[in-house]
Design a protein. Structure first.
Length: 180
């Protein structure tokens, strides 16, 4: 640290387990909300802030659906189409209001389609290879939403334990709130 700012990165080499250090004029940390926070806490940067580790939030994604479109010819060996084929349904809840029926903020959907090999094809040897090449088009959509930042959702480091990299691991705590 230099003048209260990061001046480089110290790390443990994953194979040799030797400590190493790299210096830089600018240090950027982008390791997700649950990984960046303990890194900052273990480094000593921002130690005077009561907000560090609190108000943890992340985005939720994955709920949605997918399926195949067997009526379309798929040639996955030719690569993906050379045109955009994604779909996006932007936020449509609470666009002009702050809250609707106790629900605040909003969510959107993202998706797309692509040809893929038929990995579940039956057969063995040459018959499997031929069936595998009979690709299929698949399409999927998923919801993208955010958790709300709350003070009671926090990450702290466990000073009693040390991991294999000589760092204190994290304990994440969150409070699930019921909609009232």
């Amino acid at each position: 640290m230099k003048d209260g700012k990061g001046a480089g990165v110290a790390y443990i080499h994953r194979v040799t387990r030797e400590p190493r250090e790299v210096r830089a004029k600018i240090v950027l940390l982008c390791a997700s909300s649950l990984e960046s926070t303990p890194l900052l806490m273990n480094s000593g940067i921002c130690k005077s802030s009561d907000a560090l580790g609190r108000y943890i939030m992340d985005h939720i994604y994955g709920g949605g659906g997918n399926g195949s479109m067997p009526q379309l010819e798929a040639r996955p060996w030719a690569g993906p189409p050379s045109r955009p084929n994604g779909i996006y349904i932007p936020r449509f809840r609470n666009v002009t209001e702050k809250m609707t029926n106790g629900f605040i903020r909003g969510y959107g959907y993202q998706g797309g389609s692509s040809p893929s090999f038929n990995w579940g094809a039956p057969g063995f040897g040459a018959s499997y290879k031929n069936a595998l090449r009979q690709g299929e088009w698949s399409m999927g959509m998923a919801v993208w939403a955010e958790c709300l930042a709350r003070k009671e959702n926090y990450v702290e480091i466990d000073r009693e334990r040390v991991d294999a990299w000589h760092s204190h691991p994290q304990n994440a705590r969150g409070v699930r709130r019921q909609r009232t």
